[in-house]
Design a protein around this ligand. Structure first.
Ligand code: HEM
Length: 237
């Protein structure tokens, strides 16, 4: 029997090796402006951060959407597993914003001229996150209703509803991590282009600061207020 030469590619498609064919690295690595043809050499840094952010955001919203479907089928453990992945995606997307602060604010103005009316409001990843997140909140509320629990009940009786409690914590962390991304993004934007200017699509940067207050799951945050009140009134009696 002939022995396969393991160094030879066997997958179809372009690329010198199976690694390059499977991951389509030729295509992927041709998507960034080549430094020698760029308006500024830091375009490579700028597009690398944006494109990789889009990949992490894509993985995040896919996992959130799938988790929501699993929850509709009351598969809490499986959903929590996917939500933990989505949380990590946001952590990575937030962490890599640091790289943008390695650009000079003056030199960035050269890159900015090439962006047209391009704006993060049109980020496909963030748009999908805004689309899938409310459904996650709705399915969580439905699970609470089925068990006759309020959010406060869930936290007071957490040990009796372990998986649902863990799910609630995943949801508030999702909300928190989206806010942390927004806070970090706002500071990066302020540091690079300023906090009193208008964005490439006409949005004042100040408005980005306002979005930090937005909550996807306000009832989960408000439950903390109720718990503190509850603990206070219990002490008074
Ligand atoms: C130098 C780096 C960056 C600058 C100067 C910048 C600037 C801005 C500005 C000015 C806005 C307001 C909308 C407008 O353009 O008029 C905005 C929004 C936004 N940007 Fe960026 N941005 C940067 C990096 C990034 C990165 C790496 C991402 C990753 C996907 C991103 C995603 C977004 C999103 C999602 C919004 C909408 C904000 C929200 O819904 O909270 N931006 N950005």
């Amino acid at each position: 029997m002939a022995v396969d030469d393991l160094s030879e590619p066997i997958l179809p498609g372009p690329g010198a090796s199976d690694y390059e064919r499977y991951l389509r690295t030729d295509e992927l690595l041709s998507l960034q402006p080549e430094p020698e043809k760029s308006a500024h050499r830091d375009e490579l840094l700028f597009t690398t951060v944006h494109q990789s952010s889009e990949l992490w955001l894509k993985l995040a919203w896919h996992e959130v959407e799938e988790a929501t479907t699993l929850l509709e089928d009351a598969q809490l453990g499986a959903a929590i597993r996917l939500l933990r992945r989505a949380l990590l995606c946001l952590q990575f997307a937030t962490g890599q914003l640091d790289m943008l602060e390695q650009m000079s604010p003056w030199e960035y103005q050269v890159i900015r001229k090439k962006l047209g009316h391009g704006s993060g409001f049109d980020s496909p990843g963030f748009r999908e996150i805004r689309r899938v997140t409310p459904a996650l909140g709705q399915v969580f509320s439905a699970l609470l209703r089925e068990r006759g629990l309020s959010v406060v009940d869930l936290y007071v009786q957490g040990r009796e509803h372990e998986e649902l409690y863990q799910l609630g914590e995943c949801l508030i962390e999702w909300d928190e991590r989206l806010t942390l991304w927004r806070m970090r993004h706002y500071k990066v934007v302020s540091r690079i282009i300023g906090d009193e200017v208008i964005g490439t699509q006409g949005t004042p940067v100040e408005l980005l600061g306002g979005l930090i207050k937005q909550k996807f799951f306000p009832e989960l945050w408000d439950a903390r207020n109720r718990l503190t009140e509850l603990a206070g009134s219990a002490e008074d009696t």
